[in-house]
Design a protein around this ligand. Sequence first.
Ligand code: URA
Length: 287
Amino acid sequence: MENAVTHKELLTALEWYVDQGVCDVVLDEVVDRTVMLDLPPMRVMPATSVAPSSTPVSAVQAAARGMDVAPAFLGASDAYEEAVKCAKGATTLEELHKAIADFDGIAIKKTATNMVFADGNPKASIMLIGEAPGADEDRLGKPFAGLSGQLLNKIVGCIGLSREAEDPKNAVYLSNVLNWRPPGNRTPSPAEIEVSLPFIERHIQLVQPKIVVLWGGVAAKALLGRTEGMSRLRKSWHDYSPQTDGVGDLSISTLATYHPSYLLKTPQQKKAVWADMLMLQEKLKTL
Ligand code: URA
């Protein structure tokens, strides 16, 4: 048969689905979305208005029966308000870790294996912030634990910085805008960034670094509240102050540069990052 799919092609397709996160469990039950096409639009009520029921039903079953349903995860604005409240309430890194772990306003928490909070020395003068955990970070529960992390270690190592250093002057502390891996390593959605921002901003306030370095466009745009690309944002110092009301009022010298995973694909930009690291080294001498 001419059009028969080969075993190898099927395996390749399967691997692609797995890589995209199609294997990740999002709900407790399998959903036949073709049935949903005939349902009236779902009316979502606040969680408190759902009548108690002796037999638990899923959101999909409830919608199919025409019942008002509480969302498994909070609606966008509720989630943001809840994130701000939880972030503000955390007064130590331990409390912030718990607040993020307990926060249910971000659906990718369900598909991730581990929460990724931070690594390195929390007393470090420099805080490095990336975009979101990838597959290795998700598996190990640590930021920048894979190939791009190895390159990051080498880059900062060239100017005498390390996540293992005890002396705060030579130490770095690392985190990400998102604490959970987006399935298939996709770019975080604007809604995911919005609900994660209060937490990373509180994280910065609790660590109180003297300098922040933002790796990649997602981190730079989110934390600097800017829309320009990296070629415009790098090469100058920015004054970072939190955008989230009530999480703190620090103003911190901040540098943005290309993400190490971009450098792995585009090594010709390594010299640009090297120039940024020299700027960082000069700044460190003034501390
Ligand atoms: N990319 C990031 O932005 N952060 C990580 O922790 C790993 C890869």
